[in-house]
Design a protein around this ligand. Structure first.
Ligand SMILES: C[S@@+](CC[C@H](N)C(=O)[O-])C[C@H]1O[C@@H](n2cnc3c(N)ncnc32)[C@H](O)[C@@H]1O
Length: 450
């Protein structure tokens, strides 16, 4: 059997059967199957592409099969999804996509080859645009439904994006398109430890457009890079670099030696803040509630002036190492739906549910209130999410500030980002976007305690 296609099948099946994460399970499968180079790239493209386009592929397969895709035997269903993806979104010739999928179905699903052949021939009868015009609601009467089907996102996520973009459906469309493209890997050249221009030369990449530390990697596995292995650089989306840097750039009067990261795992922003703290004679306390993630923070901050605490960030005031009114700068990079980094996690758009929001936003509020308690008067707190959902951004910030009972002022975050950066909105908060900035959709609000 065709090994790249089998590897993609194994990965997609593991995501659906075991709730696996594609980015974790696929590398192991590629190793097991001994796939490298072009074969590994093809298996990766099939896995990620199939998972991203799942909603649209399922609608098409339901129509082509004449029965709900959910009622098809799961192994056959996953094989058909990979076959339909090849037919509609790759240059694989139709006969090869059909015959290789039928082979796959023969191996994984008993006796369904005739069915698979017939369904895929039906799918191959139209291209992707023709299927969308046939199956999607009209843009004029149901824009959210249309965009959800055309660009393979759940409707509630399209609605949330559209709301965060002020109802601009053109921009919403550009964002949805961007979510379906594999993003480049960004490195952070740690300040004081690596120069981004030299690092770009070393790794065959290019310096980033906005972050003073960013390098865009051309290709290859970042884990194999010497600069990452020896702690001069780490993998980090450019938007994450920008928001951590914004916290370090905000002005504070007086003492500036005590920095706090209240939600630190796995340690990307702690790595950058720790390197900046080292340059400025400050020390970072990095808090993480999950033990294994706290260990990752320790690894990510080796050699930097960082103390890792494996505890609950809401214990400010109760935990002796987290006194109230003690810190000069505080980062609250709260757990969130992650809707701003869907392009990096192909399956997550289908896993997340609107019902996740109440528990998350409550935790976000509690952590932000804890962050406000931890900062000294005159110090700054940056509230950050990798979600643009307004319930996790504006609503959380406004509610937390109100419920904290403290005097809190918004600091305009725009001047804390690199000069000349376009599309930062009206302030004082900033929302970054994949389609505007090439970053994850990071949100930042900077608050100063009065
Ligand atoms: C968005 S992630 C942080 C990402 C991190 N700042 C980085 O740049 O690598 C949120 C983290 O908060 C942690 N977390 C969740 N609840 C927490 C709590 N009550 N106290 C401290 N950390 C918490 C999660 O385990 C998760 O690692």
């Amino acid at each position: 059997m065709d090994r790249p296609r089998y590897a993609a099948y194994e990965a997609v099946a593991a995501v659906h059967r075991d709730d696996a994460y594609a980015n974790l399970v696929l590398p192991a499968i590629l190793r097991e199957e001994g796939l490298t180079g072009r074969d590994a790239a093809f298996a990766t493209e099939l896995t990620y592409g199939t998972l991203r386009h799942l909603g649209t592929l399922d609608a098409i397969l339901t129509s082509a099969a004449g029965r709900d895709v959910q009622r098809i035997d799961p192994p056959v269903r996953d094989a058909l999804r990979i076959g339909a993806y090849q037919l509609l979104h790759t240059r694989v010739p139709a006969h090869a996509a059909v015959s290789s999928t039928v082979d796959l179905v023969r191996a994984v699903g008993q006796g369904a080859t005739g069915f698979a052949n017939a369904v895929l021939r039906e799918v191959a009868g139209r291209d992707a645009d023709e299927w969308v015009s046939r199956l999607a609601p009209l843009m004029e009467t149901d824009p959210i439904g249309h965009l959800a089907l055309a660009y393979s996102h759940p409707q509630w996520i399209v609605r949330a994006f559209s709301e965060a973009l002020g109802g601009d459906l053109g921009e919403t469309t550009r964002l949805l398109i961007e979510d379906n493209v594999r993003p480049p890997v960004h490195l952070c050249a740690r300040p004081g430890l690596a120069d981004p221009v030299e690092l770009a030369d070393e790794v065959g990449g290019a310096p980033g457009a906005f972050s003073p530390y960013a390098v865009y990697l051309g290709g290859g596995a970042p884990g194999d890079l010497a600069a990452v292995a020896d702690g001069r650089a780490h993998v980090q989306d450019e938007g994450s670099q920008l928001v951590a840097d914004a916290l370090a750039t905000a002005s504070v009067d007086g003492a500036d030696g005590r920095w706090l990261d209240l939600c630190a795992g796995p340690g990307g922003k702690s790595g950058l803040l720790g390197a900046l703290a080292a340059q400025r004679g400050a020390r970072l306390t990095a808090v993480e509630v999950a033990e294994h993630r706290a260990r990752l923070v320790t690894q990510a901050t080796q050699g930097l002036p960082v103390t890792v605490l494996n505890t609950d960030g809401r214990l400010v005031g109760a935990e002796p190492k987290l006194p109230e009114e003690h810190f000069d700068r505080v980062l609250v990079d709260a757990p969130c739906t992650g809707l701003g980094s869907l392009r990096r996690r192909p399956e997550s758009r289908w896993r997340r549910q609107p019902s996740d929001l109440p528990a998350l936003t409550r935790l976000q509020r509690e952590l932000l209130v804890a962050g406000l308690r931890a900062v000294r008067p005159g110090g700054v707190v940056a509230y950050v999410t990798c979600s643009p959902h307004t319930v996790e951004t504006h609503v959380t910030v406004t509610e937390a500030a109100r419920r904290s009972g403290m005097s809190v002022d918004f600091v305009d975050a725009r001047p804390l980002l690199p000069a000349g950066m376009p599309g930062l909105g009206d302030g004082p908060t900033v929302q970054l976007w994949p389609h505007r900035h090439g970053t994850d959709a990071m949100f930042i609000a900077v608050l100063r305690r009065g």
